[in-house]
Design a binder for this molecule. Structure first.
Ligand code: PMM
Length: 327
């Protein structure tokens, strides 16, 4: 793909964020005027940090309801582990894992997202009530994914990805990680738009931990607004998936260098959530819903107050800010 299909496709896909206070809105998904909280629900025996905890359908459904009760706006249901080194599972097994969970949570009125690289799984999940397709491969793993999403007309997360988990860390080589991730995401967004996906339904994700070393993750986190614009032009909503990832555990390592265990990095995840939300992230994908739901509210209030102060001091700011939370 060489052309800029996104530009050809027309107007900006989301509300501009140039004043720093508006929050992107994605059609068909919750729009509370702040960064959204996506609760992670891995129906797997071997995921990164919660593998095995919710492998049985009943446990997974209960966990989904709990995440929503604790403040998650979206529940992201995945049946295939993407931890570094993981092997793939058959599609039939992926569907067996997530099918009943998506069906029950959607029937309970929750906004469900499906975390899959397979078009057939995305199709089954959307038929069962999922409202968002979260594809960590950005359409690279399954040639049928983009056309399915285009036909379904559902929002689509395009994550930065350089290959399947089994060998992805061998691909963690960058001269300028922000520029390369941005450029590679832009190619995937162009492919998605060329396949017929409405740009207004595209969310981008820098793919923290996917073919990334800790220093790559930190660089990407500090430059979210640049990533959002993909190097120029309108902003896309950005999803940030930092929760419990190894780079946090390494930051918090004990004196002898032992990384902090996954669950012990939840407080640091909350700190990252607040920083990402202040920087304008559209959504954070997290394991611990309640504290992160508080953090996005703090960030929204911070952004509103900061915009108000800019206005008072004569700087440009919008008359109303959807980012403003309750008084
Ligand atoms: N990370 C994981 C799985 N799915 N989806 C998106 N969009 N972004 C991510 O960063 C992401 C993802 C792996 O983390 P987990 O094993 O804790 O779910």
């Amino acid at each position: 793909m060489t052309g800029d299909a996104r530009t050809q496709a027309g107007p900006p896909p989301v509300l501009p964020t140039s004043a720093g206070t508006t929050v992107p809105v994605v059609r068909g998904l919750p729009a509370p005027g702040r960064c959204l909280v996506m609760g992670v629900l891995n129906v797997t025996p071997d995921s990164f940090s919660d593998g095995g905890d919710y492998f049985a359908a009943d446990a997974a459904i209960g966990r989904g309801l709990e995440l929503a009760a604790r403040g998650a706006d979206i529940i992201d249901v995945g049946g295939e582990s993407t931890r570094p080194g993981a092997d793939r599972i058959p599609a039939a097994e992926e569907l067996r894992r997530i099918g009943p969970v998506v069906t029950e949570l959607a029937a309970a009125g929750l906004t469900v997202s499906v975390d899959t690289m397979r078009a057939a799984i995305a199709e089954a999940a959307v038929a069962a009530g999922a409202k968002l397709v979260n594809d960590v491969s950005g359409g690279l793993a399954d040639p049928g994914m983009l056309s399915f999403v285009a036909a379904a007309g559902v929002p689509y997360v395009v994550m930065h990805w350089r290959g399947h988990s089994s060998g992805m860390q061998d691909r963690a080589h960058y001269a300028d990680v922000v520029q390369e991730v941005r450029d590679e995401l832009r190619l995937r967004v162009d492919a998605a738009v060329t396949a017929g996906i409405d740009p207004a339904l595209i969310v981008i994700d820098p793919g923290l931990g996917f073919a990334k070393l800790p220093e790559h993750n930190w660089a990407l986190l500090t430059r979210l607004p640049e990533i959002s614009r993909l190097g120029g032009g309108p902003s896309f909503p950005v999803l940030v998936g930092a929760s419990r990832k190894r780079f946090i555990g390494r930051l918090l390592a004990a004196a002898d260098g032992t990384p902090r265990p996954f669950a012990g990095s939840d407080d640091a995840t909350v700190a990252l959530t607040a920083l990402a939300a202040v920087a304008g992230a559209w959504c954070v994908r997290v394991h611990a819903a309640a504290a992160n739901a508080d953090a996005v509210r703090v960030a929204a209030r911070w952004r509103a107050a900061s915009a108000g102060e800019s206005a008072a001091s004569g700087a440009a700011a919008p008359a109303t800010s959807p980012a403003a939370g309750p008084a």
